[in-house]
Write a protein that binds this ligand. Sequence first.
Ligand SMILES: NC(=O)c1ccc[n+]([C@@H]2O[C@H](COP(=O)([O-])OP(=O)(O)OC[C@H]3O[C@@H](n4cnc5c(N)ncnc54)[C@H](OP(=O)(O)O)[C@@H]3O)[C@@H](O)[C@H]2O)c1
Length: 245
Amino acid sequence: MDLGLQNKRAAVQGASSGLGFAIAKALADEGVRVVICSRDPSRIQAAARAIPHAHPLAIDLDSPGSGAQFVREAAGYLGGLDILITNSGGPPKGDFSALSSQDWDAGYHRLWRSAIESIREALPLMQSQRFGRILLSTSTAAKEPIPHLTISNAYRAGLLGLMKSLSQEVAPHNITVNALLPGFTRTKRMEDWGVPLDQIAKEIPLGRLAEPEEFGALAAFLASSKAAYITGQAIACDGGLLKSI
Ligand SMILES: NC(=O)c1ccc[n+]([C@@H]2O[C@H](COP(=O)([O-])OP(=O)(O)OC[C@H]3O[C@@H](n4cnc5c(N)ncnc54)[C@H](OP(=O)(O)O)[C@@H]3O)[C@@H](O)[C@H]2O)c1
């Protein structure tokens, strides 16, 4: 299937490894010109070398203003912007009683503020060209809480409200907005988490973790012209993990 993505322009956040990298690679393989960011200059430069024609930016999305800065610099480099992928590292983990106000502030900056700022910066560009694809990469935690990930569960559920509201507001401009809900996916974060992955795999109906490339393929489809009539949706790539209808 030709996804019609040739020469589109994308900005992908948190893309030196894992899910963000897989999305950027899937888009680039379809002919999209991508600008990618993460905190560590050497890691994001290495990622850019592994993705056709990718341009790296070292930006810490935890800093106020960084989401807008990323979109500004990416659009400047690309000469505009068609596709925006919001994504970052996970927020502090823990049960409610173990979390401080600083943890909640950090989670807000990481999961919310950088997304809001980057979307706000991208919208005028997309509106002026009457085309845009915005994908918020979140987690199945947005729909079904994961034990001990209180901040993630709380903020990611709220992001679906933002996604739905925004999708209604910008649909007249031919801009679609959707949320991607990765289930347990074999990335650096999962390997660093210290949870036995074979135990997790037993809880997943398909009996295994996802590969990042499977998640990247979903993103590429939703970013494409073939997905022009899909907006305001939260779509999981979770091997059947979510049980709700
Ligand atoms: N893997 C899963 O099973 C899974 C499932 C559901 C949700 N998620 C969520 O999806 C997101 C990505 O996870 P992942 O598994 O892809 O993790 P990962 O492999 O650790 O990748 C995270 C990426 O984000 C970058 N990053 C982290 N903090 C950043 C910041 N403040 N500013 C800019 N870039 C930042 C990292 O690069 P640098 O270190 O260079 O900054 C890296 O490129 C996380 O929020 C995670 O909680 C993951």
